[in-house]
Design a protein around this ligand. Sequence first.
Ligand SMILES: Cc1cc2nc3c(=O)[nH]c(=O)nc-3n(C[C@H](O)[C@H](O)[C@H](O)COP(=O)(O)OP(=O)(O)OC[C@H]3O[C@@H](n4cnc5c(N)ncnc54)[C@H](O)[C@@H]3O)c2cc1C
Length: 378
Amino acid sequence: MCNFTPEQLKLQKKVRAFIKAYIDPISKECDVTGVLPSSVFKAWADAGLACLVAPKETGGPELDTVTCTIVMEELGYAELGVATAFGANNLCSYPVLLAGTPEQQKKHFAPLLAGNYGAFALTEPKAGSDVGAISTTAKRDGDEYILNGTKCFITQGGVAATYVLFASTDKSKGSKGMSAFIVERDRPGLSIGKVEDKMGIHASNTVELILENVRIPAWHLLGNEGDGMKLAMMSLDAGRLMVAAQAVGVAQRALDECVDYIKKRVDSGKLLSAHQSVDFKIAEMATAIEAGRQLVYRGAELKDSQQPYSKYSAMAKLFCTDVAVQAATDAMEIMGAYGYTKDAYIEKVWRDVRILPIYEGTNQIQRIVISKAVLDKR
Ligand SMILES: Cc1cc2nc3c(=O)[nH]c(=O)nc-3n(C[C@H](O)[C@H](O)[C@H](O)COP(=O)(O)OP(=O)(O)OC[C@H]3O[C@@H](n4cnc5c(N)ncnc54)[C@H](O)[C@@H]3O)c2cc1C
């Protein structure tokens, strides 16, 4: 794993202080109400962290991937729903970093850095894992495109000021006819549909977006017509490292909650931590979490040094998210009846982590990416 620089350690400390001041106090209430107070994101933006990857020229911090990983691991440890919500601004920015002109970058990053959310709108009711099957269309009309269709499960979609949205500009070309666009929230014809009532990560907002003859200027097209699939896949490669980082953080939280408990709970006349069978489980959890951490930081280092990292981000996403789910299950079991109650933070963690193997490409899809990379090499 990388040795963090003094600047990275300073930022880690700053994020921990932020969490203590702003996230820990609202975490439980947020889980109940499903409302992440806007003041929390405003404070995050005031701390200069609204969009970690925003380039310096646009006024952003332009953090490298290892540094983003540190931030996401801390947020995952604190509150997976908040990590998901704050992370949306990075995910929706990757296509703009990859293909945006200076004018498009200014357009996209200005609202984010001013303390607004952005969202990455790819999934549709009939196109989840098979993203090439999207049916939202973008039809060129003079200097504009007209968008029609429905997106679903869009993180922060209901509270975002801007979207990077994928639509088909040529259905006859299938996934090669997919294109990416910057779409502002206040465009006439764009509305919010169903708001999902989720099992966990309640601090994040997940909605359906409905597009009915939404007109956007033609210059909002990112790259060329047909670049959408490539931009979506490259963005998800980057995003999966962040999901893996969140998974390492929340898995560590599960372990720490469990360790605190077994050091206090007496059973059969001795502390739970004095039972070797319990301690062996702790050893397995700690080992798996550390292995995941190595994988995700290795992927981040590869990305930062401009080396191929797609296989690593898929491996990190697959491994770390499975580790997080297992850690939450093991921790809850060790914590017994208390772990099953809402008094125990692990109960929330157990619900929250279930999303990790699903979003930004299910873990089955990661297996496809990894096996393809391995087989193509031989
Ligand atoms: C809370 C939440 C937030 C989300 N945020 C966003 C967002 O911000 N933006 C966005 O665009 N999307 C978002 N999504 C959507 C998410 O990325 C998709 O749910 C995910 O990609 C899986 O798609 P699906 O749910 O349609 O599952 P399906 O594609 O229907 O898959 C169902 C099952 O079949 C398996 N499967 C499918 N195809 C294959 C295959 N070829 N080989 C093997 N197994 C396969 C899958 O692994 C899965 O187990 C979010 C979803 C949730 C729940």
